[in-house]
Design a protein around this ligand. Structure first.
Ligand code: SAH
Length: 213
């Protein structure tokens, strides 16, 4: 795993292009600039790693577009030492961004080979979020409640379990929609059983796979 000046230069440009697309949180941009995204792709794709594009990571899944990662992370407004649950570990890249934000990160993945690959890679890179193999629809009840929850796959509806596992004052960022496109939602738990929803435009994610799939 080599991280050269050339890679660093490409990352700086990537962070600048994401800034140009409207991301303002310097900590998010700093994380994009710091984390070697090419480690998450096969070596043949080093150039592509620093384009602002999603990319296949196997099993029909993708590493999200860097802009989307930045957008979702900015919406989460992560503060240091907050407990953050991510649903859909995938490559593990987003989990590393959350670690860089100072969060205590828990991440769930339902494809075992992706879970194993991410665990191996992140340990090698020196990132230690708590990774779990399981169904993110159910959240992670034994570690709840969470300050923030982030879903990185398109959900047909908001999973009830995730709302339950939020702290009061916490929020869930989730792309919701039954078709190919989803609306990015931020759902704040203002009091027990009381939620406020905000919408943030259209995105396209791989689907969150439900219990029956
Ligand atoms: N955050 C990832 C991108 C993930 S793509 C990254 O940074 O690379 C969405 C991921 O969600 C895929 O890996 C997919 O396998 C996973 N996924 C889909 N349904 C899930 C479920 N019910 N529980 C947990 N993970 C799920």
């Amino acid at each position: 795993m080599v991280d050269s000046y050339r890679h660093k230069g490409m990352r700086r440009k990537l962070a600048e292009s994401i800034r140009g697309k409207g991301i303002k949180d310097e900590r998010v941009l700093g994380a994009i600039e710091k984390i070697p995204r090419h480690f998450f792709l096969d070596t043949t794709f080093t150039e592509i790693a620093y384009q602002d594009k999603p990319f296949p990571i196997g099993l029909g899944q993708t590493i999200s577009q860097p802009y989307t990662v930045a957008f979702q992370t900015e919406l989460l407004e992560v503060k240091k030492d907050e407990k953050v649950l991510e649903i859909g570990t995938g490559s593990g890249y987003q989990a590393c961004v959350l670690v860089e934000m100072g969060a205590k990160v828990f991440s769930v993945e339902r494809h075992r080979p992706l879970f194993q690959k991410a665990k191996f890679l992140l340990e090698k890179m020196g990132y230690f979020p708590k990774l779990f193999y399981g169904d993110g629809y159910k959240g992670l009840p034994s570690f709840a409640p969470f300050d923030k929850i982030l879903v990185t796959a398109g959900a047909p509806e908001i999973p009830e379990a995730l709302l339950q596992q939020l702290k009061e004052g916490g929020f869930l960022v989730i792309p919701v929609g039954a078709g190919a496109n989803q609306v990015m939602l931020r759902v704040k738990k203002t009091a027990e059983g009381v939620f406020e929803k905000e919408e943030f435009g259209q995105f396209r994610f791989v689907p969150l796979i439900g219990k029956k799939a």
